[in-house]
Design a protein around this ligand. Structure first.
Ligand SMILES: [Zn+2]
Ligand SMILES: [Zn+2]
Length: 174
């Protein structure tokens, strides 16, 4: 059994803002090498603000990596919300990044160039090819938002019916 020595002072001066704060205003950090429980040198407020800054800088520097991570995160959230299985170990950030590069940022459906712009029609979205199967291996594709919206949860039969309907209407116009 590992015995943790605790070295937490009642008060500490934050290394960033310089304010003297009680121990509860700092996150506890475990030093696994020496088995010591310490508190961070930055207070919670400074640490959180800097974390946000770090994330922002990362997003600017590596937009694709950031997007791939977000896609993975969102996939897990959606799987949970709709009670669907998700191979989140297989479809991880690395996999999404690889898929994006493999299809050269082109939609797996219409072939048009996709982008990362939130709310735009060519934004990359994660698609469950068969919606009912969830995010299992082989059932996930990257397609543009436009295609994903049209596809929604339609079955092949429904799409065929829509096609027939549109073709009939077109003939009627002549
Ligand atoms: Zn501080
Ligand atoms: Zn598309």
């Amino acid at each position: 059994m590992v015995v943790w020595r605790v070295r937490i002072p009642k008060f500490q001066v934050c290394a960033t803002c310089g304010k003297r704060k009680p121990a509860s205003a700092f996150y506890v950090r475990r030093n696994y090498k020496f088995h010591i429980k310490q508190i961070q040198s930055d207070c919670k407020v400074c640490f959180r603000r800097d974390a946000r800054k770090r994330r922002k800088a990362y997003k600017l520097k590596y937009p694709l990596h950031h997007f791939a991570y977000r896609s993975w995160d969102r996939m897990k959230q959606r799987a949970k919300r709709f009670n669907l299985p998700a191979d989140s170990k297989y479809y991880n950030k690395k996999r999404f990044l690889k898929m994006m590069l493999q299809q050269e940022m082109r939609c797996g459906c219409c072939g048009k160039k996709m982008n990362l712009n939130y709310g735009r029609r060519r934004r990359i979205t994660v698609d469950r090819i068969n919606p009912r199967l969830g995010y299992v291996k082989g059932n996930v594709g990257l397609i543009c938002m436009r295609c994903n919206r049209i596809k929604n949860n339609a079955t092949l039969k429904e799409l065929r019916l829509i096609r027939r309907y549109m073709l009939n209407a077109k003939r009627g116009c002549k």
